[in-house]
Design a binder for this molecule. Structure first.
Ligand code: P53
Length: 492
């Protein structure tokens, strides 16, 4: 029967990631991760990676730059690294989960820090690290909140980056699978929803992949190892519990051609393939023809082991998780000065849309378009695991935070999801707004870019008592969940 409602078991919730939220960076036996060696920043001053060479000299580079071949992770005592404390979920988990429960969360998406469980990333386990996640998961289940686990979100054990050049080594696959098997077994009866790699399409450079060089050959070889690792994780997970739902996760930024000029249409097609490539491999189980041709043209040679193609074909995912923040535009004639920074890439400005204070185009209809495009192409369940508005929030004298702009953003996006479900027939299983509690921005490393329903008292330099406060959007979202989305639809 056609219904006009969100599905009864729709997973409303929120999302975070260990490197941006947990803190507790060396607590209870945790090892350092690459994310711990990236400094803070702002919109105008980029985050830097700090490193040390064998002769003891130190240096720093932006994340776009390659590191010297033998550079090792280095924490400079004079720098501020926001991941070390982040917004301290490590010491506030009970209080924060109580707030999530108060909003009525049906699920909560978080990532497990690999170096908390395996301090070096190798097969040595840190039982105390696992105990932290035991507590978190048990606390969620106490409130009937379904845990949704991202296995790897933008970090890797520093040791693997230092000793193996991260994902450029095949050895890293084996270590990663040990980590997966450990948490799959441990949470076999407690966690059903997993996703392997956060925003697999935008993973790059040392911080996310542990690779010292950024040339396409190294990058795509590392990504091949990640594809194999993900597919193998699916295979292993299903053996541990056949009911596991194991998904992929892509940063989905749909691209529109500026107009009907064929050059722009072709450019846009190619831009979209940069996202589709990852879904093609992980949902269909093989490399698409356009990518094989691109590799040939660019002289990129992926070295594969005999079994790799079988592994990719066997380990296809159960659902597609994706983040959606903005759309982008292709215009072959765009001048540098007309371009906005939508992501790591520069994209042409869309004159029909407003943008956030960080230049991200706000496009609710783009979410309906994205859901339709993805579902039309793959016909697997879709999970919107990130969406939200990064904004400057102001605490008023009376302590209130009136984030009407955020309410407006969510309202329109929830309406778009509803249209995709009821008008287009898209199978959407849930919605977890990003940074449901304030946390460190991945892109800029600052606190000022806030996403939460819950405010955390901490600034860009790490000053603040970390106290939590409900924003106006807190009660608004609570109502949305209580009415299974209806309250967001009633207002126009
Ligand atoms: P921040 C760029 C474009 C779209 C999504 O991003 C992105 C990024 C990376 O900066 O990342 C995802 O914090 C990511 C989260 C991240 C969130 O979007 O730069 O999965 O870790 O925090 C928002 O505003």
């Amino acid at each position: 029967m056609m219904t006009n409602k969100f599905p009864d078991n729709f997973l409303w919730g929120g999302a975070t990631a260990a490197n941006q939220y947990e803190g507790g960076y060396l607590a209870d036996g945790r090892g350092a991760s690459t994310a711990d060696a990236i400094t803070g920043g702002t919109q105008t001053s980029p985050r830097m990676i700090t490193y040390q060479l064998l002769d003891g000299t130190t240096g720093k580079v932006t994340r776009e730059k390659a590191l010297p071949t033998n550079a090792k992770t280095y924490i400079d005592p004079d720098q501020y690294y926001p991941s070390h404390i982040a917004t301290d979920f490590y010491h506030h988990w009970k209080e924060d989960i109580a707030l999530f429960a108060e909003m009525g969360f049906k699920c909560y998406r978080f990532s497990i820090s690999w170096s908390r469980v395996c301090p070096k990333g190798t097969k040595e386990l840190n039982e105390d690290g696992l105990k932290f996640y035991d507590q978190v998961i048990d606390e969620l289940l106490k409130y009937d909140i379904e845990p949704v686990v991202t296995i790897n979100h933008f970090d890797m054990p520093a040791y693997l980056a230092d000793e193996f050049d991260g994902w450029s080594s095949r050895k890293t696959i084996e270590y990663f699978l040990f980590f997966c098997e450990t948490i799959f077994n441990r949470y076999r009866d407690k966690v059903k929803y997993w996703m392997t790699f956060n925003e697999i399409n935008i993973l790059r450079s040392w911080t996310q992949l542990g690779i010292h060089s950024n040339d396409p050959q190294t990058l795509y070889q590392a990504k091949h190892h990640i594809f194999v690792a993900s597919a193998k994780a699916v295979e292993i997970g299903k053996k541990i519990n056949k009911d596991f739902q194991i998904g992929m996760m892509v940063c989905y930024i749909p691209n529109y051609p500026k107009n009907c000029r064929p050059e722009n249409v072709l450019e846009s097609l190619q831009f979209n393939r940069e996202l589709e490539f990852y879904m093609d491999v992980q949902v269909r189980g093989y490399y698409p023809a356009y990518k094989i041709k691109e590799f040939e043209r660019k002289g990129i040679k992926i070295s594969k082991e005999a079994d790799d193609d079988r592994i990719l074909a066997k380990g296809t995912v159960d659902y597609i998780g994706f983040s959606y923040y903005m759309s982008s535009v292709s215009d072959v004639d765009a001048q540098e000065s007309d371009m906005v920074i939508g992501n790591q890439m520069k994209v042409a400005k869309n004159p029909y849309l407003e943008a956030s204070d960080w230049g991200w185009a706000i496009d609710p209809m783009g979410l309906r378009i994205s859901l339709s495009k993805i579902y039309d192409r793959y016909q697997v369940p879709l999970f919107i695991v990130e969406n939200g508005l990064g904004a400057y929030d102001k605490v008023e004298d009376d302590g209130s935070i009136n984030d009407d702009y955020r309410i407006d953003y969510f309202q329109k996006h929830i309406q778009a999801i509803h249209e995709a479900i009821t008008l287009d027939g898209v199978d959407v299983i849930g919605y977890t707004p990003w940074g449901c509690i304030d946390l460190v921005s991945a892109g800029t490393g600052e606190m000022d870019k806030r996403y939460g329903f819950i405010y955390v008292n901490l600034d860009n330099e790490g000053e603040g008592d970390l106290s939590r406060k409900r924003k106006k959007s807190f009660d608004w979202y609570k109502k949305v969940i209580e009415t299974n989305g209806q309250s967001a639809l009633d207002v126009q």
